[in-house]
Design a protein around this ligand. Structure first.
Ligand code: NAG
Ligand code: NAG
Length: 275
């Protein structure tokens, strides 16, 4: 297990070095990326830390496999887990697939323990990468979003390390637990109360995604220096601002119910055998 206290310092050091030697300075100072098909994408405006609530996501689990965190009985399912750190634009759009970098798990070997624990894939399907193929959850997140987080996170290792750092620092599960919002299959909680608890703790407004009235995703937003900021609840289309929240006024935070049976597992790890 890596020493958590050492991480922020490491990150800050690397951050400072790379900020001052950025190779892609455009005339305006903004960095321009080119996608595969030659389209230009400018540097992002802010970060969105996307978290998922396993109790809600795992309700949709139909079968198990070695990559499905929903079937890992030692997983931390009372906590929000990481979906990704997404560079976004203020207008509600975002850059994607910003350079040709291909995910290489070897670059993050030293981070695998915390990643498995806090950033598990919660499905068996392989998401698409930026190269027309399928890959792991981590490959998808790095290639689609991580590559666009330059110059703040300048490589794959730094992207994953940075995301873990932010996740450790802003523990939203703790904030909700302390305010009495605990996982439950019977309670409904006022969304406004959940938002207030987070505003009081982090001094910024989060946003949410729900599925059938249950919180499925929670977003915390940050400036490029990782100071919390409000998430843009709305996006503008032809000058019309519309809200995108899919949550009702009262939401649930379902407790995770372990899968009763394991139908398939790719390796012989005992962790996947049900009791
Ligand atoms: C299962 O979860 C535990 C605890 O979160 C974690 O340490 C372990 O690596 C996970 N197993 C796999 C194969 O991801
Ligand atoms: C966040 O807080 C919860 C509840 O206090 C705790 O169980 C969990 O370990 C914390 N997560 C991290 C990443 O520190």
């Amino acid at each position: 297990m890596l020493s958590l206290s050492a991480i922020p310092i490491l990150f800050l050091l690397q951050f400072t070095i790379f900020i001052s030697s950025t190779p892609f300075n455009h005339a305006s100072g903004a960095i321009i990326f080119h996608t595969k098909d030659g389209q230009e994408q400018r540097e992002f405006d802010y970060f969105k830390l996307a978290l998922q609530w396993p109790g809600t996501v795992c309700k949709g689990t139909r079968h198990c496999c070695s990559s499905n965190g929903c079937c890992n009985r030692s997983g931390a399912f009372g906590d929000f887990t990481i979906h990704g750190l997404w560079p976004d634009y203020n207008d509600g759009t975002w850059p994607a697939c910003c350079n040709g970098k291909i995910f290489d798990e070897k670059e993050i070997l030293t981070l695998l323990d915390p990643l498995k624990k806090y950033w598990p894939s919660l499905s068996c399907s392989s998401p698409s990468t930026c190269h027309g193929s399928k890959g792991s959850f981590w490959a998808h997140e790095w290639e689609k979003h991580g590559t666009c987080s330059y110059p703040v996170a300048h490589d794959e290792y730094n992207y994953f390390l940075t995301t873990l750092n932010v996740y450790f620092k802003y523990n939203v599960t703790k904030v909700l637990n302390d305010a009495g919002y605990l996982p439950s299959n019977t309670e409904k909680y006022p969304l406004g109360g959940i938002i207030s608890a987070i505003q009081n703790a982090f001094h910024a407004t989060p946003s949410f995604g729900c599925k059938k009235g249950a919180v499925e995703e929670l977003y915390l937003c940050f400036y490029k220096d990782f100071k919390p900021r409000d998430c843009a609840e709305s996006h503008s289309q032809n000058g019309i601002i519309s809200s995108r929240s899919s949550c009702p006024k009262y939401v649930s935070l379902p407790a995770y119910e372990p899968k009763a049976r394991i139908f398939e597992f790719a390796d012989s790890s005992r962790q996947y055998l049900s009791a």
